[in-house]
Design a protein around this ligand. Sequence first.
Ligand code: ADP
Ligand code: MG
Length: 616
Amino acid sequence: MSKVVGIDLGTTNSLVAYVKDGAPVVIRDESGDALVPSVVSIGRDNTVYVGREAQRRLLTEPSRTVYSVKRFMGRGIEDVGDEARLLPFDVGGEEGGVVRIGVAGREFTPPEISAFVLRELKRRAEDHFREDGEFDFEVDRAVIAVPAYFNDAQRTATRDAGRLAGLEVLRIINEPTAASLAYGLDRKNRGTVAVYDLGGGTFDISILRVEDGVFQVLATNGDTHLGGDDIDAMLTTFVLADIGHSAAEGETVQTVRKAVIQAKIDLSETDETEIRIEPGRAVPRGYRKRITRADLEHMIRELVERTVGPCRQALADAGLGPQDIDEVVLVGGSTRIPLVRRAVEELFGRPAHAGLNPDEVVALGAAVQADILLSGRREMLLLDVTPLSLGIETLGGVTSKIILRNSTIPASGREMFTTGADNQTAVDVHVLQGERELASDCRSLARFTLRGIPPMPAGLPRIEVRFQIDANGILSVSARELRTAIEQTIEVKPSYGLTDQEVERMLIESFEHAEADFEARLLIEARNEAETVIHATEKSMRRPDFETLANEELEPGERRRIDDALAAARTAIGGTDREQIQQATAALNEATRHLAEVSMNRSVREALAGRNVKDL
Ligand code: ADP
Ligand code: MG
């Protein structure tokens, strides 16, 4: 038996879900918490902390702690200039290459960091299934959700992160599609869905069309720097000013932040609460302030209004008005705020789906997709569409589209091209993604060269360029010259992706392996040390006069203790528990100390017997 899980790999929080008895459920930890903060911290002893623990370390070990890494997935350094400046950790990388994040004196690619979060989710799922007594297998397959606007490189990076975490990514699904699935909207015959997603740091609006179980992304819009974090920052500034700490230290800011987030969350449920900080190192006199929901709404009204523009734009791009929307789905923790919900309902003129937790709905939908894939139920066959057109650059820097945006995936397309010059033996293929006419306005995904074309007059070679998008929205491109039957197929990797070899290498060198290697070395060392002590003990017990020595010199019971400690040490080195080996070694050392002493004394005496001092 095997399970496939659904994963929401969020900017702020990540979670994992699966379908149990026909219904999706999220997997929680012992304390009932489903959210794993997407934060990774590397300890001084190379321990990798993920989630709440890593989040706490943001305060104590800021230079060893990374967050918001989703912003860098599948992107190049020239893409992320502004983004990188906003974050406290080092973001670098070579021109034209994958972004590298410097943390704890090492460099990681974004998929490597995300893999730590995914591994934590995988572990959580495995623990859950084991405790449930359901099954005790590795969870090694998953469906992962990504924003609808994620391009090919970003999707590939997400899949690479899965591979690095030991997960085969069966499908990459769009987050708004997942949310719609969680609400069963795929079962509608036809309709339009607006998915409003306000998370921690990002706002996304997606307009989908659903028809016979097929989702089509009509338009997406949003703001990559708008979300709950802004509310937290606003409240934090307010409180800091109130206690006269406007230029506060990290610890004070973090303490205040924690308190205001709690108050913000309370106010989604109640009309009034208290921002409360106990007296302590961070805020010596403590802090208490009543705050009402009306106060909060007053503060955040403008922020909420900033989501309206992108919604209107998305509707316009889809060629629709608010009245054309049949279903409104709320996603993201910040849509728990009543003011946000009211604003959305007002804009679309209808109540929003809110039966599921907005911060869990994407993972739930990914689990539904996983279940559909696993069970192969035909009647729920779900397809998705490609969000952007794909094509190649042709003469004069013009884009020639091969697969149009919103094509249902898996999709493929081909175009015939030819050479522009006589006796041309190679052509450059420049793969582009985007809607713009000029190649320079589109996103460059990859470049490669088809070589080996026999010399022919210009215009004679028949070069077929074939695009194929798999069910994950991931592209491969091939080119061949048909006339001469010379066939050359080239797989293309996105410019900002990792090559298969790189992924393999990372798997081999992965931190966890490094850690495991370290552990293995420590184990070997412990065994060696144990063996030395065992060997020394056995040696003294083999000496011809041992029995006499034991009778004359050892205390009653001491011989027994030595035998027991020796047996225990021998057993321990047969196992892999390093601590047990070390303890057994220490115990054997302790038990034989007296024996070692007396046997040495004897040896010395024997050695000295019959000799005089001059001989020495
Ligand atoms: P992301 O998709 O960015 O990973 P989430 O959907 O998990 O993030 O949303 C996280 C945000 O939601 C945080 O800013 C958090 O403070 C906020 N949030 C969570 N619960 C509530 C609540 N009850 N009221 C208001 N905001 C909330
Ligand atoms: Mg999210």
